[in-house]
Design a binder for this molecule. Structure first.
Ligand code: ADP
Ligand code: MG
Length: 359
């Protein structure tokens, strides 16, 4: 058994390990793990079948300690099911997973003690205040009142909820709810954290605030697995990305590697007059790349690597006198990744190609 797992089970036996908040935990965990020890998370050929629908079809990956894995995929790809198997909430049909060295089949209790989970739906009680929610869950974990007071203050501070701590969660914004949810899931001081679509439905500001919080956790040594539908989110947070579609891994690598696979950025330009479409197309062909024309929208798309390319093209148009309504750079999206990897768009865009109809 790996050194970290042995050490960790000692810790588990010694105390319910609810005696600190996650920075202490991460430090403890980091201190215990020998360099080059087992990965914090391993998926080993995970399969999950629901009747004749294979939701997860042989998924394997590893997440080194202290790193962030982004599990990226569209609705219905099998992200939640994968996370549920890895967190002991549902048994795999075949294959297994290890968390902090513990097998989800053989040692589910130790897996649960080693991890925190924030699901897609909030789990906090709306009628309680933020502080009361922390106290309630902390009580369930058996944390003493004195420790709870300290930990709760620290968590509320860390998640910028101190001012709202004594208001009912009902009055919280979407971003605040996610943060209190995350704070509660960190009460057990888990070295490994699973987050299922932590920012879906949040406005851009709340999203980037949450990203900051997550970066802070990682800095303290927490290992993170987060699922997301947003390439940008995985790009911002993940060291490595695993892309799944219809239950299988279709790509993996660093954010940079994936974006390169998805193709270059494009310049998107709308001309003011339909008459100008043809001359605009001729100008854009000077880039040497393929030019796409949407006649109805008077919109043209051409490859452009960055601002320098864009400036060059703007120069051509200024000289030519072609009137332009709108011009901008568009970066590859998750859709583009999917299109380039699978030749089909994400489920939401292709109703004829959903798991439901193919099942
Ligand atoms: N409890 C369940 N019973 C039957 N089918 C399920 C269940 N949970 C998920 N599925 C199916 O498994 C597939 C993957 O779902 P899910 O893991 O929730 O995807 P994601 O989280 O990526 O959106 C979908 O086809 C979904 O309908
Ligand atoms: Mg899901």
């Amino acid at each position: 058994m790996p050194a970290s797992a042995t050490d960790h089970s000692d810790l588990g036996a010694a105390a319910p390990k609810n005696d600190g908040h996650m920075s202490d935990s991460a430090a403890r965990f980091g201190g215990m793990s020998a360099p080059g020890s087992a990965p914090a998370i391993e998926a080993i050929d995970l399969v999950k079948k629901f009747d004749d629908n294979t939701a997860v079809d042989g998924v394997s990956f590893t997440v080194p300690q202290g790193s962030v894995l982004g599990l990226l995929g569209p609705n219905g790809a099998g992200k939640t099911t994968t996370v549920r198997m890895m967190t002991t909430l549902t048994p795999p049909t075949s294959g297994t997973a290890r968390v902090a060295g513990y097998d989800v089949r053989e040692n589910p209790d130790m897996v649960r003690r080693s991890m925190g989970l924030t699901g897609q739906a909030a789990t906090v009680d709306e009628l309680l205040t933020g502080r009361e929610n922390i106290a309630m869950i902390g009580g369930l974990y058996g944390i003493s009142r004195k420790q709870l007071k300290k930990i709760s203050g620290e968590l509320l501070e860390q998640f910028s909820l101190s001012d709202a701590a004594d208001r009912t969660v009902k009055s919280y914004s979407g971003g605040m709810r996610r943060r209190i949810d995350l704070a509660v899931s960190l009460l057990a001081a888990p070295p490994v954290l699973f987050l299922d679509e932590p920012t879906t439905g949040l406005d851009p500001r709340s999203r980037s605030e949450l990203w900051d919080v997550l970066r802070g956790l990682v800095k303290q040594g927490t290992t993170l697995l987060l699922t997301t539908q947003y390439l940008e989110e995985a790009d911002q947070l993940a060291d490595n990305i695993v892309v799944i579609d219809k239950g299988t891994i279709i790509a993996e690598g660093s954010p940079l590697q994936l974006k390169e696979q998805a193709g270059k950025a494009s310049l998107v330009l709308t001309v003011s007059h339909a008459d100008d479409i043809a001359p605009a197309e001729a100008l854009l062909r000077k880039t040497g790349g393929e030019v796409f024309v949407d006649l109805g929208a008077r919109r043209l798309t051409a490859p452009a690597d960055g601002l320098a390319d864009m400036n060059r093209i703007i120069g051509w148009f200024t000289e030519s006198g072609i009137e332009v309504d709108d011009i901008g750079l568009s970066r590859p999206s998750l859709d583009d990744v999917f299109l380039s990897l699978t030749g089909h768009r994400t489920e939401d865009d292709s109703p004829t190609d959903t798991l439901e109809t193919s099942a």
